[in-house]
Design a protein around this ligand. Sequence first.
Ligand code: NAD
Length: 432
Amino acid sequence: MKLCMIGTGYVGLVSGVCFADLGNDVVCIDCDINKINDLKKGIIPIYEPGLEELVIKNYKNGRLKFSTNLEDSVLKSDIIFICVGTPTKKNSRAADLRQVYTVIREIRKCIRKFKIIVTKSTVPVTTGDEIEKIISIKKSKKLFSVVSNPEFLREGEAIRDFIYPDRVIIGTQDKKSNKILKNLYSPLISKGAKYINTSRRAAELIKYASNAFLATKITFINEIANLCENIDVNVEDITIGMGLDKRIGSRFLRAGPAYGGSCFPKDTKAITTTADKFKTNLSIIKSVIKSNENRSSLLLKRTIKLLNGKIKNKKICFLGVTFKANTDDMRDSSSLKMIPFLIKKGAIINYYDPTGSKSELSKYKKVFYSKDIKSAISESDLIIIHTEWNDFKSINFKSYLKNKKCIIFDMRNIYSRSKMKQLNLNYYGVGG
Ligand code: NAD
């Protein structure tokens, strides 16, 4: 099939290259000309394991193309996937749909024969209805079909998640589009993915409800971790004990920093805003948002306590600054709340991240990037293990640390408390 992905970010690029790898002709469009030029040279704009090889392979075999020419690409394609960003509006909790509607108006100009327009971007319920309305002002409804196909891939596992999804959700009541999309996804269905055809509105809501549920699970165990800290219980025991119950499951039940990233914070806010519009109070999700917003302050209070209230001139090292491991994505990472707070209190920050230095942190005079773990941690008074990269799982603290009193605050509970105690290390985890 001839596909066009509009928006070549995490979702557009990963799904585009995977569709190409499955034998389709794919063109990935972006308005960012530098990104497109880089991609043509094999320079990948994001860190995602396995992505570079797959892009180069499919670009070379001609099934994957990159372009800034939306019109030409839409004219030549049967299915158009909208993969642009849907961030939070400024001064509001609602989703900002300007990128989506800009693209829709451009696509509208190029509809001459039947096109399936698919929203892969996460969009609030009824956005598909609105898109249909906008296009039908100028084009006959016979010439297009608007379908919702939410994407569930996770950064860091994106290719695997795309190729082996738990489910493919197609929100449409149009039989022809459903048949074509089922055919497009058939290689994934034959590998075990469940194919679910729902109404368009249901598909839009499935995505938000799923993300809100996962955010709730993380926040739930974070609050249980707070209780554990006050009653001398290790939250890891609780995670194991709860997670073995198949009705609960252990995934997303790990205590740690506030959830961040490009999805959970904005999607939890957007779903509550949509619900308010439809006069429904999603009180659980609203308290999850509040609890998560408070999480970084709680962890900072604990950090201050570990340093006996003395932050000024303390050398604090962050191991990992992205919102989670295996990605370079800094969007809504809790480090962006914690680091500015600590430097304001007089700390000096050193950080190491396997995906390199971060432009978001370069504006701070007292924040320094170290090129490896050893140089990042050796002089520290306090080490904060902020993300769970494999690189951080077996550090030889004993030999690396010059300051033998250095405190290790493991916000991901990577290490065994008893083993760290045996090694005489000043080690603390979250949740007990
Ligand atoms: P992103 O910011 O990485 O990529 C969006 C791309 O769209 C950018 O490259 C941008 O330049 C491009 N763009 C914006 N306006 C454009 C226009 N008018 N024409 C052409 N290109 C344009 O975003 P993302 O993380 O890939 O997310 C995209 C959508 O998918 C969002 O709705 C997000 O919620 C959803 N989603 C993201 C993930 C994830 O893990 N990142 C997972 C599932 C769903």
